[in-house]
Design a protein. Structure first.
Length: 406
């Protein structure tokens, strides 16, 4: 039987690359803007889709414009809690059973809101949605797997004045320091906050991410922060290969101990290698060794098809996306939305596009979806994760049987 959208909706799924501030309901954005006196270009959903959250963008910078509005309305605990709760519910409604919500706490941190309170507010919203969902009869009976989540904190490769009150204060206090050193200090402070939130307050902070502009802002600026995370048993994921080449991915793995790679779109692009001492053959060898290393170590790539299509003008068709090469190279990949609102997508949408474009078989689809659970930064002990994944697999196979797909 053919893989249908209805079948995909029923399957247990993950989203491991999910930005909180990129996935705010438009209705909520409008309401919070009115409550907090934040100016929007439009106060209707259709108007926002025309002016900000478009089907296609001319550049990554245009794509990122919407975050200025969403972060502006997420500057207090109640707004953060609401956004997190609704994001969990939206995922639950399409069969997603595990999410890792990521965001940069320092974009929401200010005089009246400390980092720990930002994290507590987001966790409160996610946990409320989890408790409500897991209280359903079919979950409590064990008939279906429960909903779980983790939180990933994002360090920023760079920031400037106007990003947030926290960053403004840091740039002012360290006004005579080198910018790259200031970026590094902010990242180290973030990791310390994340470790404290996990170890002292018991929050499910499962990983650290590095986000922001790749070109001109190398990952090794943040090496000390990621070393600190590494030494505190914090998992690492890094935005790399989204807007820069294979060398950025290499640096994320070697300098920042990345367990996963966000996007990785340019992994196979020789033209994106900046080392001028390499000839074409050497560049090909470099990519071959890099992708083989990634495959062998099962460093999972968080694939965001729609987002890449929207932010890369040269990518005219989804069939030209490097995901096809990732499949052929047997890389560990997982389907992610990146930003549900900014990209106007869902996990189901992403999987449907992948199945239709890359002719994915039922067997391949099962492996790809289960990768998401296996390569998650699941909070708690590994034995608990194994047990959870087993329940997910059993439930997946039950859905297969119901739809007569094998």
């Amino acid at each position: 039987m053919k893989i249908t959208r209805k079948f995909i909706e029923k399957l247990p799924k993950t989203d491991l690359h999910l930005h909180l501030d990129g996935s705010l309901r438009l209705k909520t954005l409008i309401e919070l803007a009115e409550e907090n006196n934040v100016t929007l270009p439009s106060y209707t959903e259709s108007g926002l889709k025309e002016t900000v959250f478009k089907p296609k963008y001319n550049s990554l910078n245009e794509y990122l414009k919407g975050f200025g509005y969403t972060t502006a309305v997420l500057q207090n605990e109640s707004s953060l809690e609401r956004a997190a709760y609704e994001l969990a519910v939206d995922n639950q409604n399409e069969g997603v059973r595990y999410i890792e919500v990521r965001f940069a706490p320092q974009l929401h941190q200010h005089t009246h809101l400390k980092a720990i309170n930002v994290l507590k507010a987001v966790n409160k919203g996610l946990n409320a949605a989890k408790i409500k969902f897991n209280n359903r009869k079919e979950i409590k009976s064990g008939e279906e797997p429960r909903f779980e989540y983790g939180i990933i904190v994002c360090a920023m490769r760079m920031f400037g004045h106007g990003f947030s009150e926290y960053y403004d204060d840091l740039l002012r206090v360290l006004s005579h320091g080198k910018q790259r050193r200031i970026f590094a200090i902010a990242s180290e402070e973030l990791v310390r906050s994340a470790v404290k939130a996990r170890d002292k307050f018991g929050l499910p902070i499962v990983g650290v991410d590095l986000a922001g502009a790749e070109d001109g802002f190398p990952a090794d600026d943040h090496e000390a922060a990621f070393d600190l995370a590494h030494k505190n048993f914090m998992k690492k994921t890094v935005h790399a290969g989204e807007a820069y080449g294979p060398e950025s991915i290499f640096q994320a793995i070697t300098d920042l101990h990345a367990d996963r790679i966000g996007h990785g779109y340019y992994l196979f692009h020789e033209s994106k290698i900046s080392n001028k001492d390499m000839n074409k053959k050497e560049k090909g060898k470099y990519i071959e060794k890099l992708q083989s290393f990634i495959a062998d170590r099962r460093i999972t790539i968080e694939v965001c098809l729609t987002s890449n299509l929207q932010t890369n003008p040269q990518l005219k068709s989804l069939k030209d996306h490097s995901f096809g090469k990732m499949l052929n190279s047997k890389l560990s990949t997982t389907f992610c939305t990146d930003n549900r609102t900014v990209s106007d997508t869902t996990v189901t949408d992403e999987i449907v596009k992948a199945v239709d474009t890359f002719n994915i078989s039922p067997k391949e689809l099962k492996h790809l979806i289960i990768y998401g659970f296996k390569r998650s930064f699941f909070p708690g002990q590994y034995v608990n994760k194994r047990s959870y994944v087993r329940k997910i697999i059993d439930y997946y196979e039950k859905i297969q049987k119901d739809f007569k797909i094998s």
